[in-house]
Design a protein around this ligand. Structure first.
Ligand code: SF4
Length: 459
């Protein structure tokens, strides 16, 4: 049946158009008649017919939606002469489609080919996906009684201009943080006890934020004590180098933490100032050394596309981090997310794509092992986690690929039950005062949520 729609009434199609036009999307109509599509952009028509193999490569449940996006993408590419690294993909994890093809019986090579020929993904990105799926082998699927434990600390030192997390400057909220730590610890203990009673296995622990190490040493010790003794992959984000000292590093070690994130984002002094981080490059090196001496696996985050950085600035930071030989390096493309100070900043760092290309081409022995994309990301690019072989973070893989559920504790933390053929979520209150005020009833509601899901699973 022939149907025409104004793409601005369809969020998914609008997202494809935004790849090309940002927030200034012109009038575009899309008409579908079976496998035939006509896209009208500012009165100019582009017509396509998608028979096999494209038609055949898309599962029936997604056929119309995905074909519409492909038609729109093809028309926008023809109209503007531009291509996007991830082609027509928006709102879906690229690896999800890759795995979908593997499950349909395709080989790695064939799945990579489908990403290019059907979804218009560029060849280098299709190959990255293939390498990621290879790196994830043995670290993605676990028996359904496994769950990850996530703990959220909503405090940091200052606020980075690009930050959109539930996070406030700790110096302003010292009195609140004492109560928060006390109640959070109670939520953790109740959650861990609950999992024990239900016979669940904690696969990994991740303490994130905010910056957990912005808590005082005593507060940090209280939170980690509530988690208890676990002999699993155990990550604590220590993203702000100026929050790390020997005492806190010893506390992490004593509680069995295995992996820490020490994130400079850039090794360029002037950029650090521009993005609102009140620490120096030397602070980063000092913090890194404190963690390295204690034998933690270390992840370092870098962001491509910051402020006025050039491709050379980024390359210098990238090489500086590589020289330290951390176990993981994560390269993000700047995203101007809602909630960040730069969300309305129209400036675009045109060197971002070059920076990401540099990282991909110069990563050496590291292997890409997980990838995700966000809306409003510079150059429609991606975030990629790289790892030395064998040091891939299981929490990152299973959380990103949604293969293992999450018991989440703390303000704004989102729990996930994965099973029964679907994914169900329970969100803790984001606002810290509200989290504190409604604490008892909300923790009970969260555990009731898991109880119900586990009961359905067992029927
Ligand atoms: S270090 Fe992380 S949590 Fe803290 S302000 Fe920056 S982006 Fe936000």
């Amino acid at each position: 049946m022939r149907e025409t729609l104004d793409i601005r009434s369809d969020t998914e199609l609008l997202d494809v158009a935004r790849l090309f036009y940002g927030d200034e999307v012109p009038m575009i109509d899309l008409t579908q008649d079976g496998s035939k599509f006509t896209v009208s952009i500012l009165g100019k028509d582009f017509a396509y017919v998608y028979d096999d193999p494209i038609y055949d490569a898309i599962p029936d449940a997604h056929k119309d939606g995905r074909l519409s996006k492909i038609a729109l993408y093809d028309a926008l590419k023809a109209c503007t002469g531009r291509e996007m690294p991830w082609g027509a993909l928006t709102g879906v994890r690229p690896s999800k489609l890759f795995y979908e093809n593997l499950r349909a019986g395709k080989t790695d090579t064939e799945a990579a080919e489908v990403m290019q020929s059907v979804y218009r993904v560029k060849q280098d990105r299709a190959l990255v996906l293939r390498r990621i799926v290879y790196s994830q082998r043995g670290k993605i699927d676990f028996p359904c009684d496994n769950i990850n434990l996530y703990v959220h600390i909503p405090y940091c030192t200052t606020r980075c201009t690009y930050c959109s997390f539930v996070s406030v400057p700790i110096e302003k909220y010292r009195s609140q943080s004492t109560e928060y730590v006390a109640l959070l610890s109670e939520e953790i203990k109740r959650s861990v006890e609950f999992l024990e009673q239900r016979g669940k296995n904690i696969l990994s622990v991740y303490v994130g934020g905010g910056t957990p190490t912005s808590l005082s040493a005593k507060e940090l010790d209280t939170v980690l004590s509530a988690i208890g003794n676990v002999s699993v992959e155990y990550t604590v984000e220590a993203g702000r180098p100026d929050t790390i000292d020997d005492e806190k590093a010893d506390i992490l070690k004593a509680h069995g933490v295995t992996r820490v994130c020490v994130n400079p984002q850039t090794l360029c002094k002037t950029t650090l100032e521009k993005i609102g981080r009140r620490h120096s490059v030397e602070d980063f090196y000092t913090a890194y050394e404190i963690m390295r001496r204690r034998g933690f696996d270390i992840n370092c985050d870098l962001i491509a596309g910051l402020a006025d950085e050039t491709a050379e600035d980024f390359a210098a930071s990238f090489e500086g981090i590589k020289a330290l030989a951390p176990q993981n390096i994560t390269v993000h493309s700047l995203s101007k997310k809602n909630g960040s100070a730069i969300r309305f900043d129209p400036s675009v760092n045109r060197a971002t794509e070059e920076m990401i290309e540099y990282a991909l081409n110069n990563i050496g022995e590291y292997r890409p092992y997980y990838l995700y994309r966000q809306k409003r990301q510079a150059g429609n690019l991606e975030n990629i986690g790289f790892s030395v072989k064998g040091k891939e973070c299981v929490n990152n893989i299973t959380t990103m690929e949604e293969t293992v559920g999450v018991m989440a504790c703390g303000a704004g933390a989102i729990s996930k039950f994965i099973g029964n053929g679907n994914i169900a979520r329970y969100a803790n209150l984001r606002d810290v005062p509200l989290y504190l005020n409604k604490f008892g009833e909300r923790v009970t509601a969260k555990l009731d949520f898991f109880d119900e899901q586990y009961d359905i699973e067992n029927k």
